[in-house]
Structure formats: C-alpha cells, structure tokens
Design a protein around this ligand. Sequence first.
Ligand code: GAP
Length: 536
Amino acid sequence: MSEPKTNDRMEKIVSLCKRRGFIFQSSEIYGGINGFWDYGPLGAELKRNVKDYWWRCMTQYRDDVVGLEATIIMHPRIWEASGHTSTFSDPMVDCLLSKKRFRADQIDPQSGTAYHYTGASDETTGKQVTENYSVLLPAGKHPDSARKTARQFYQQRGLANATLQGERTEAVSNSTRYNPENGSLLTEARAFNLMFKTYVGPVESAENVAYLRPETAQAIFAQFKNVLEVSRQKVPFGICQIGKAFRNEINPRNFTFRSREFEQMEIEFFIKPDAVAQAGGAPAEDGDVSTPQPNWGWKQWHKHWVEERVKWYESIGLSRDVLDFYWQKPEELAHYAKATVDILFKFPFGTQELEGIAARGDFDLTQHQKFSGKSMEYFDEDAKSKYIPHVIEPSAGVDRLILALICNAYQEEQVTDEKGNTETRIVMKFHPRIAPIKVAVFPLLKNRPELVQKALAVRDLLRPHMTVFYDEAGAIGRRYRRQDEAGTPFGVTIDFDTLGEKPELKETVTLRDRDSMKQERVRIDDLPRILLEKIR
Ligand code: GAP
C-alpha cells in the first residue's frame, strides 16, 4: 500500500495516540493548555520502558556512570552560574494587530508590497493617532485589503471611523517583519527568557524568586563533588539523571515535539583535560573510537559517545536509516559548547533533533566554582595533578524519543483474511523491548469456562515477568487487531487443543508474532523463557 502523505500520516498518528490512549492533551476537558501533554495507559507504559531501559544501559550495565535524582527547583544562583538567567532566551515578536506571539527566527520570509501609514484620524470625534503602521500585501492582492487591515489597527487604538494618513508603498522581498497570517507589521524582536519563574515561600519578592529547571544537567554539576566522594569513581566517569524540565516555549508545536513541560535523560561524562590525558602523546585524529583509551582527548570521547548513543537507539528499533546527524556550525553553538552533534530523527514533519551531544569543556564546573566559592577541582592520582574536569554531555529528550518511536512504529498494511476479504491493518511495530504490553492472552471463546480458566492461568504464569493483557471480548481476529494497534508484539491463544482435544497438543498454545502474523505452537511451560528471550 502506498505511504500516506506526510501531514496525513502525522494526523493519523495523532488520532491513534488519542484513540488508543498513548497521548492526550493536558486538561482537555477545559480546552487544553498549549504545550502540555499527558500520557494515557499505553503511553505511560511505553515511556516507563524507555526510561528504565536507558537507565539500565547507561548506569547499571556500566561501571563508569552513576545516577542522580535531584530537585526541580534549585538555588537560583545555579542559573546565574550556568548563564541561563542572562542568555537562555529566544527572540520574540508580537503581531501589532492580532497580538499573536511568534519566535522571530521561525517566521517565514515574505515578499510583496508594503503599505506604510503615518497615522489616522476620526473626523466624527476629531481624534488623531500618529503611530506608524504597515501592512504587507502579497503580489496580486487589492490595495483595499491593506487599507482594511490598517483601519482595524487604528480602530483598536480608539478611532471608530479611521481615515488613514500618509499612505506610501514599497516593494519588499524576503522580509520577516510581517505576520505571515495577516500581513500586519510585527513588533521589534525582544529577548524572552524561557525559564518558568516561581517564588519559594509565602512572600512574592525578588529575593524569593526561583525557577523550574530548564535542564537536568545543572544539578549534576552542582552535585559533582558529593557524587565523586561517595561513588569513589575516577575521571573519566559520568553522572546521569532522568527528570522533568520546563521551558516556556514561545511556540510549542508539532504535537509533543516542542513542549513546555518535558523530560530529559542526560549524562555529564567527566574527562581529563587534553593536556593531562595526552601528556604522553595524542591518539591519531581519525583513530578508532569504539574502546576508550587513556590518552583520549575530548574529540575522541565526543565521537565515542555519539557512537554509543546511536547503538542505543538501534537497540530500541531506530535504525541508522531513520536517523541523521548534524554538526552545529561554530556560530550556532551554545555559549558553553566547543562542539555539538545533534542526532536527528526523520519525523513526518521533517528531520529534527532527538538528542544533542555537546563537548562542554570545563565551562560549567568552572562557573559553579566561581559562583559558589567551592572548589570543583579533582586530584588525579595517576597524573599527579589537579584540574577541573572537562565534560561530554549526551542529552536526550524522553518525549521527543517517544514521539519518534511512535512515528517509527506506525504502519498501515493491506491484509487478506481467510474468507478473502482485504482490510487495512494498523500496526505499531515497537521493538519488543519497549512495547507497552509484551503479550496478550486470549481464550478462543469466552463462553467456555475451561478455556477461560486456562487462559487466566497462563496470564498469571506470565505476569510476574512482563506486562500481560488478558482479552476475551469479541472475535479472535478483532482481538488481534486491537493488540496490533497497541503494538503488542506477541499474542497467546488458548484453544481446545490446549485442553487436550488432540492429546499430543495438550498444554500447548498458539504464539502469534505481531509483525509476521505467523503462529507457532509452543508448550505453556516454555512460554516465559521464549518470551523473555525476545523482550530483553
Ligand atoms: N543540557 C543540554 C540541553 O538541555 P538541549 O538541546 O536544550 O540541551 C536537550 O536539550 C534535549 O532535550 C533535546 O535534544 C530535546 O530532545 C529535548 N528538548 C529540549 N527542548 C524541548 C522541548 N521544548 N520539548 C521537548 N523536548 C525538548
């Protein structure tokens, strides 16, 4: 079957997310709240599986990374030290007519004729407004449409019967000064700090201002010394954290892609400064980066972590074909970064960032040393020297990853049943490791107590090991389809052979594979082992 067009595809995915309970709009009964999303029963399981697997892979399966769980609200000096209070902003513009707010760098350039006015007057009241205003008309549109928009602008300023003054036209090309939706002039761009502000304690005063963290990373830097002391790690080593982050995005968009509340999975991996690591000689620039070496500098560690993270994405079903990479240009780098590689995913709405892997140098620890007055130096026993460690930071967004996994999993297939009828099968092909439900258990018929009893026993056998969904409602084919949409990789059916109708098949069940739709007969005793091998 031909692939649905990009926007169709995204619309279908958004609709499935709501219909099947992956993602709901937050506060939907009150009309929703822009940039906030809730995860329904399937979404919550999917998200939990992804975070748990990341945590296992990044800490428990390694000797050199330990975990941290810090508070969302921290001392406000942290954000001064990190630079967030002064620089964590986006350029913002407002439409002078509709008051709609845009990110200045996301406005599509417009061309046409600009109609400029020096003001307007109202002859019935004798009132006058001398504020300049402009409207951009695309080629071919009648000038009256610009005049109508300008009159609305002056009406909003108290002139019920506005007569426009000083009309002048100008050819304009590729301008981002006008609202693409109505042609109205926009305000000049102003910096808008993205941090959510709040107050700690009962008094709303300047000294009690605090922020909801815009990234999880800073807590790791602030706790560097404590973690170092208790974990007895030696540089190179990492500290990781999963948790909520908040950004008052000007334009949340593309479903959950850019939200105002989201989760991050971040590692701050501390390494020796190049001068220390490479005192005895530097490795070849294009050398192998698969196995860490004592003389690696930040460039080798940076490339190593990009590879590690790509391998991790592959292990949950995002192949290299659906990923891409972007090396940020020097002028695009954040104030703290020496280099950043973005790992991108090919979303239906465009290829966009999933994770950023930044080489942050010693910026953060140096800043916290300066602002807190506490030493962030590390004594390296091997090198017999003291230094502030440098950092490589793989920083991933959980919600973006969930959206990528959902987009990647969504498939429409044409299938023909045993009666020759063709229908569209919607199937979410999640990797079994992260699928919300691992196995569905079905009695062939719900009105046969012996089948139901056996199916419940199979459910209870599997439940301690994995998420199981028991379903006895409707025809078996419909039950399979429901699980296909939920992305359940395996289905177990208890039929009359299970009960011994054919004695040689007693105590066996059919095991259906979601992707191939093939069924095999397996012994009930073997089910936990067979399934665990496939989902781990
Ligand atoms: N500590 C570095 C840092 O926070 P970032 O590139 O701003 O870097 C890292 O964010 C990741 O967090 C992004 O790659 C993205 O996956 C996720 N992220 C950032 N802003 C987001 C937003 N508004 N909504 C959803 N995810 C977001």
